[in-house]
Design a protein around this ligand. Structure first.
Ligand code: KG4
Ligand code: ZN
Length: 365
C-alpha cells in the first residue's frame, strides 16, 4: 500500500487544531497534532461565547497550520507555489459552531485550491470515533478496532450510540434527548461554581469522594431504547444543592466553616450517575447486536471512572468479554488528528467550492 499523507484541520468549537498523518500498511500514524485552545478564555465567561470562539479561531488558524507543517516536515518551507508533500487536505465540516466551522472550512478550501490537493470534508462525530484507529508508534499495532463494533460518543455536545459494520457503514442506535453527558458535567460544575470545562474539575474532586453518598437519579437507565436524557440529573443536583446548604459551593477563596468532603462526595455521586447510564446502555447495545468490540470516543471518554466502570461492566454484563478501545486522553478531546484519521476512509469532495460548513451535521440519517 502506497503511503498516504493528509493535512487535517479541526475548528468546530473552541479548539483550533491542525495535524499531519500518514497511512500505510502498518496503520495510521501522527506526524504532528497541534491544538490551540481558547477554553481558558471561555472559562472566564463561564462557558463558550460563539463569536469570541470564532475570533480566536481566526487568530490561531494560520500559526497552528504552520506549526503542524513544520513539525511534520522539519527544515522545509512552503509557500503558495511550493506545497507541502501531502496527498490531501481534510477538514471538519460539522457539526459545531458556525463561526468556528467557517474558519476551518474556508481555510481548507483555499489551501486545497492553491496547492491543487483534494479536499475531504469530515463529520466531526465520526472523527471522534476514528481516534481509535490511530496507532501508537509501534509497527503493526494490534489494537485497531474490528467490525462490527458498538461506538459510544460522549462529548460536550453529543451522546450517541452507533453500530458500525464497516468503514462508512453504520446505524445510529440512539442519543441524548436533551443535554449531552459532557454538557451535564459542565452544567453541574457550573451549579457548584467550578470552572469551565466542568468534566475534568468534577472528576478531580470526585477522586476524594464517595459516589454512594447522594442517591442521584440514573435517567432512562432501564428504558428499552438506546436514548439518553441528562437534564433531569442536572435538576436533581440543583435541588440537592438548595436542600443541603452544607455542600460548599466552590469559590476560589474557599468557603468558611464548611467541609469540602460533601463537595467531593457530590462530585463523585454526579460522575457515577452519568457513568452508570452510559455503561449500562453501551453493554445493552453490545449484547443486542452480539458485537465483540466496543469503541469509546469524545472528551468524556478520558474520564477514568468511565473506563474503570466499562472494564468492570465487561466482566459482568456480557457472556464473553468484548475488546474495549478508548483513545489516549489527548485524542479524546477535540483535535485534528482524529479528523485526519477519519479522512483516510472518506471520499474527496467532487466540487471543492460546494463544500459548506454545516453546523447541524449528524450521524442520525
Ligand atoms: O469532545 P470534546 O473535546 O468537545 C466536543 O466536541 O464537545 O468534549 C468536551 C467535553 C466537555 O463537556 C468536558 O467537560 C468533557 O468533555 N470532559 C470530561 C473530561 N474531560 C473532558 N468529562 C468528564 N471527565 C473528564 N475527565
Ligand atoms: Zn468534539
Amino acid at each position: 500500500m502506497k503511503t498516504k499523507i493528509v493535512l487535517s484541520i479541526e475548528t468546530s468549537c473552541d479548539e483550533t487544531s491542525a495535524a499531519v498523518l500518514t497511512q500505510d500498511s502498518s496503520g495510521i500514524k501522527i506526524l504532528s497534532n497541534i491544538v490551540a485552545s481558547s477554553a481558558l478564555l471561555q472559562s472566564s465567561y463561564g462557558g463558550i461565547i460563539p463569536e469570541q470562539a470564532a475570533r480566536e479561531q481566526i487568530k490561531s488558524i494560520i500559526p497552528v497550520i504552520n506549526e503542524a507543517l513544520s513539525e511534520a516536515f522539519p527544515s522545509q518551507s512552503f509557500s503558495t507555489t511550493n506545497p507541502p508533500p501531502i496527498d490531501s487536505i481534510a477538514v471538519t465540516q460539522g457539526p459545531g459552531l458556525i463561526g468556528s466551522l467557517l474558519v476551518g472550512v474556508e481555510t481548507a478550501k483555499t489551501l486545497a485550491m492553491i496547492w491543487k490537493k483534494p479536499l475531504i470534508p469530515v463529520n466531526h462525530l465520526l472523527g471522534h470515533f476514528y481516534a481509535n484507529w490511530i496507532s501508537p508508534n509501534t509497527p503493526n499495532h494490534p489494537d485497531i478496532p474490528n467490525f462490527p463494533c458498538i461506538g459510544l460518543l460522549v462529548s460536550g455536545g453529543h451522546t450517541d450510540l452507533v453500530l458500525f459494520t464497516d468503514h462508512g457503514k453504520f446505524q445510529y442506535l440512539g442519543g441524548t434527548r436533551d443535554d449531552a453527558a459532557g454538557e451535564c458535567f459542565d452544567k453541574c460544575a457550573r451549579l457548584l461554581n467550578l470552572p469551565y470545562p466542568g468534566g475534568p474539575e468534577i472528576s478531580k474532586l470526585a477522586k476524594e469522594g464517595n459516589p454512594k453518598t447522594f442517591p442521584l437519579p440514573r435517567p432512562m437507565i432501564n428504558s428499552k431504547d438506546f436514548d439518553f436524557s441528562f437534564s433531569g440529573l442536572k435538576t436533581a443536583v440543583a435541588n440537592l444543592i438548595n436542600q443541603h446548604t452544607d455542600i460548599p459551593i466552590y469559590l476560589p477563596a474557599g468557603r468558611q466553616g464548611r467541609s469540602t468532603d460533601s463537595l467531593n462526595d457530590l462530585c463523585a455521586s454526579i460522575q457515577q450517575a452519568i457513568v452508570d447510564v452510559l455503561v449500562k446502555k453501551t453493554f445493552d447495545a453490545a449484547k443486542k447486536y452480539g458485537v465483540k468490540q466496543i469503541i469509546i470516543a469524545g472528551g468524556v471518554a478520558s474520564n477514568r471512572t468511565l473506563s474503570e466502570t466499562i472494564a468492570y461492566g465487561n466482566e459482568i454484563r456480557l457472556p464473553r468479554q468484548a475488546r474495549i478501545s478508548i483513545p489516549p486522553a489527548s485524542l479524546c478531546t477535540d483535535n485534528a488528528a482524529m479528523i485526519g484519521a477519519a479522512s483516510f476512509f472518506e471520499k474527496p469532495a467532487k466540487n471543492l467550492l460546494g463544500v459548506q460548513a454545516n453546523p447541524n451535521l449528524s450521524l442520525a440519517y
